[in-house]
Each structure stands twice: as C-alpha cells, then as structure tokens.
Design a protein around this ligand. Structure first.
Ligand code: THU
Length: 136
C-alpha cells in the first residue's frame, strides 16, 4: 500500500483519535496507535493499564492484537502518538511483536503539534531474533 502524504495524515489523525480511548490512570501517559492493513483498513489501538502494572498493554500491541483478532495479518504502516511534545518510539516488547507480523513495516511518529517523522521497524529494530528453527 503506497504511503502518500494523505494516507500518512489519515493514519496520524487515527492515532490521535485512538489516544482518546487510552486507559492510563496510573501513568497518566496516553498513547494512540493506528495500524494500516494491506486492504486499506485502519485499526486503532490505545494503551490499557492495570493496577497490576505489568499487565499493561501498549497502544501498538493493542492495535496489532485487535487486527489479528479481526483476521488481518499484513500491515504496511503504524502511526504512534502521545501527549508528550517529543516523538515517542515503540518499546522493545512492541518492536518484537510488530516484527513477528510486519518486519518491513513503516513507522509514523506523530507529535501533538502535528509534526510527523517517518521511520521503520528495520531502523528501530535492525536485528530481531532469528529463530527460524521454531517455525516447523
Ligand atoms: N506506552 C505505549 O502504549 N506505547 C509506547 O510506545 C510507550 C509506552 C504506554 C505504556 C504505559 O501505559 C504508558 O505508556 C507509560 O509507559
């Protein structure tokens, strides 16, 4: 799926909207993600915290799991945003989960002031574990 300026903006907007659903009473750090599937559908995700902190799910994984649960497996881009004035990048756990399904995915970082920065999973996670022997 060609990632033109319009589509990037659409994904950025969807990520900002997804952030509104964030359940983050503990960190008070809202995160939103929007995942572009190969059929053009955009699947949103927000971070979901828990009073047992380690059960928290990041926005990126919420989006990926929701997409898989809806029968989608091919992804071309994911937009990520928070309320912080800086760009935020996915945590290690999310990079690993994203790499399982979309090692070539483009990552669109979105600041609250609307600035967008394009990067990729390959740049942020250049050497994922290569456990091909598991895939029998
Ligand atoms: N968080 C995300 O959802 N995505 C990120 O990329 C970074 C961190 C969430 C997890 C937790 O709910 C809060 O942000 C603070 O770490």
């Amino acid at each position: 799926m060609k990632l033109n300026k319009n589509l990037k903006l659409k994904l950025a907007t969807a990520a900002v909207e997804a952030k509104n659903n964030s359940y983050s009473p503990y960190s008070k750090f809202r995160v939103g993600a929007a995942l572009l599937c190969n059929d053009g559908e955009i699947i949103p995700g927000c971070n979901i915290e828990n009073l047992s902190y380690s059960l928290t799910t990041c926005a990126e994984r919420t989006a990926i799991f929701s997409a898989i649960n809806n029968g989608k497996k091919i992804f071309s881009a994911i937009a990520i945003t928070s309320d912080d004035k800086n760009f935020i990048t996915p945590c290690g756990a999310c990079l690993q989960v994203i790499s399982e399904f979309a090692p070539k995915i483009k990552i669109i970082l979105v600041r609250p002031d609307g600035k967008i920065k394009l990067t990729s999973l390959l740049k942020l996670f250049p050497s994922p574990p290569d456990l091909k022997f598991l895939a029998k």
